[in-house]
Write a protein that binds this ligand. Structure first.
Ligand code: NAI
Length: 445
């Protein structure tokens, strides 16, 4: 397949990763309303941390296959594919906020001149691509879907922290489209880009089914995490039980699988919480009781309370204690702090009177500063964080924290007490030297 012209609207985690990866082969232009982002990309810099992304952007800019712009008109002139990757956050009531998607569709409609396949990639509730995106483009362009432009929904499944790898080697590509020309165009694009992908991993279906695949996948993964957390709380009350062993035993069952069974501080990030809230809202709107989704969210909120209660149970009063919070990003490998359990834990500790919190993260300190300002202290060095602390709470499982040994904790802390909220330490090594409280391991009271 020859080089194709691709325009990607929204240069965030999803859009920019796709752009940088596609630019290995195709001509890609990213359109974003954020001028700083556009400038950074054109200067060959990633606006956020994602392993491997900086290098890909550099090579894309160098080869001339990647560029960014604020000007959607120019960007769409020769585009054959237009990907929409703008944010779909939650409104206060949990409902999906489609304002960015609507505005992107509006801009595309105004700028559309030639036939192009518009591919909705932002996660949206079923019906949105057809009833909102397609409709707005038709209204604004005066053109007809299927005839003058194509429309499809292709969900994105990448994980932040592994985004480049996930984009380059996805488990599957789901194409939701009604029109054969659109389906064929997309199959050709993806078959060519993923030459090793078996045909069985390229699945086609209706637009609405594809929209629901994305929500169903996130609901299932979040359910696995909340399931592990629920069993973890049982484990804490049963002598000799450790959730790590239990989930190893459970996950080896091929019907279940080992991934997403890590008990801990719960899930966060820009997807699971907001997508589950969107499901609850959408389900109620169409008269379906969202039993599982609500329970998963409730269990997730409880994990924050439980980690904080471990700290309070051990320290008593918090106002005269130094607490080191290890981790700020919602998971390792990213600077993203959206819906991060760490931020919720810091907030809760402050609400309960903690006045001396030092938070440590290798990549997300700048993001957290925007939230907490000078209310807490920050460091990127875990050893500095634990120095003179009365308690260290592990909230994100960065490798940097795994390297802290029991001797380091014992030697540097004022009171060697560690709460392992991500199960990164081996309890046997801490026995008799440092008090270690682990999520999902029997806690003697
Ligand atoms: P993001 O917030 O990082 O990026 C969105 C970008 O779109 C921003 O740079 C923003 O300035 C830009 N934007 C907003 N309106 C625009 C417009 N009218 N024209 C041009 N640019 C515009 O969002 P992120 O995380 O990349 O997510 C995008 C979508 O992908 C969401 O629906 C999300 O649920 C979904 N998704 C996200 C994943 C993730 O790991 N972050 C994984 C899979 C799906």
């Amino acid at each position: 397949m020859s080089e194709r012209n691709i325009a990607i609207i929204g240069a965030g985690y999803v859009g920019l990763v796709a752009a940088a990866c596609f630019a290995k082969k195709h001509n890609v232009v990213c359109v974003d309303i954020d001028e700083d982002k556009v400038e950074l990309i054109n200067n060959a810099k990633a606006p956020f941390y994602e392993p491997g992304l900086d290098e890909l952007i550099k090579s894309g800019i160098k080869s001339g296959k990647l560029r960014a712009t604020n000007d959607i008109n120019g960007a769409l002139e020769s585009a054959e594919f237009i990907f929409i990757s703008v944010g779909t956050p939650s409104k206060d009531n949990g409902e999906i906020d489609l304002s960015y998607v609507k505005s992107a569709a509006h801009d595309i409609g105004k700028a559309l001149r030639n036939y192009a396949v518009v591919v909705q990639r932002s996660t949206v509730v079923p019906g949105t691509t057809r009833n909102v995106v397609k409709k707005i483009i038709e209204e604004q362009s005066g053109r007809k879907a299927d005839k003058d432009f194509g429309i499809a929904f292709v969900p994105e499944f990448l994980r932040e922290g592994n985004a480049v790898h996930d984009f380059m080697e996805p488990d599957r590509v789901v194409i939701g489209a009604d029109d054969d020309r659109v389906t064929d165009n997309l199959l050709e694009l993806y078959r060519d880009f993923y030459p090793k992908m078996p045909d069985s991993a390229l699945v086609t279906m209706s637009i609405e089914s594809a929209e629901l695949v994305k929500y169903a996948s996130n609901l299932f993964l979040a359910t696995k995490i909340s399931f592990a957390n629920e069993v973890a709380e049982l484990a804490e009350k049963i002598p000799n039980v450790d959730i790590v062993d239990v989930m190893r035993g459970v996950g080896l069952d091929k019907r279940i699988g080992p991934s997403y069974l890590g008990a801990g501080a719960g899930f966060g990030g820009s997807c699971f919480p907001k997508d589950l809230n969107a499901i609850v809202h959408f389900a109620r709107k169409i008269d379906v009781p969202p039993f599982i989704t609500e329970a998963v969210l409730k269990r997730n909120r409880r994990q924050i309370e439980r980690i904080v209660s471990f700290v309070v149970d051990q320290l008593g009063k918090l106002d005269d204690k130094r607490i080191a919070v290890l981790g700020l990003s919602f998971k390792p490998g990213t600077s993203d702090t959206r819906e991060s359990p760490a931020l919720k834990i810091v907030n809760e500790l402050m609400r309960l009177g903690a006045k001396d919190i030092i938070a440590c993260d290798p990549k997300a300190v700048d993001e957290a500063k925007r939230v907490f300002g000078e209310s807490i202290k920050y460091t990127e060095d875990p050893f500095e964080a634990i120095k003179n602390a009365d308690c260290a709470v592990v909230v994100t499982d960065w490798d940097e924290f795994k390297n802290i040994s029991p001797d380091d904790f014992a030697g540097l802390m004022r009171n060697p007490l560690v709460i392992d909220g991500r199960r990164i330490y081996q309890p046997e090594k801490f026995e008799g030297r440092v008090k270690l409280i682990c999520v999902g391991r029997y806690i003697q009271r």
